[in-house]
Design a protein around this ligand. Structure first.
Ligand code: SF4
Length: 156
């Protein structure tokens, strides 16, 4: 979904969005029932835990203090095009600020954070923002509370 501006090569070398620490485990992708089925086809033993009105994959903390997504394989995400919507749009996030939904940019993604803001806004205005807001309407748990410091790129 972000292939126009985010190269697969850069993502394959980084993978920061697939590993979490205690401060950003909230970024773990929310799992829908459909994605749960896809995950269980890959690993029937994968467990899930509730997170608010949704669920995330159960992940154990490694010795380095990090949680690695169980769907992260040697060559990237084992789910391919079936990865959670949260992952398809990351580092964009839908957040709620003063009762309005906004699309923000996570500062954690070094690759996209260094792009000119105008390029990112154009991409959102070119239909991506509508797709993201539509998905958030269908699946409200993906809307997070606004976090100070996250640049706002689109407002619903
Ligand atoms: S589901 Fe795939 S893309 Fe999403 S965090 Fe896990 S490995 Fe990364």
């Amino acid at each position: 979904m972000l292939k126009k501006i985010l190269s697969g090569k850069a993502c394959a070398q980084c993978k920061i969005c697939c590993v979490f620490d205690d401060s950003d485990i909230w970024e773990a992708p929310l799992i829908t029932e459909k994605t749960k089925e896809d995950i269980l086809k890959i690993n029937p033993k994968q467990e899930f835990e509730p997170l608010g009105a949704s669920m995330i994959m159960k992940m154990s903390k490694g010795e380095n203090g990090l949680y690695k997504c169980p769907m992260l394989g040697e060559n990237g995400c084992l789910l391919g095009d079936k990865k959670p919507f949260d992952c398809k749009i990351w580092p964009f996030r839908v957040m709620e600020l003063d009762g309005r939904q906004v699309i923000t940019l996570s500062p954690v993604c070094g690759e996209l954070f260094k792009k000119p803001i105008g390029e990112l806004v154009s991409l959102l205005e070119d239909g991506l923002a509508d797709r993201i807001f539509n998905e958030a309407e269908k699946f409200p748990p993906m809307v997070k509370k606004y976090i100070n410091g996250y640049p706002i790129l689109a407002i619903k």
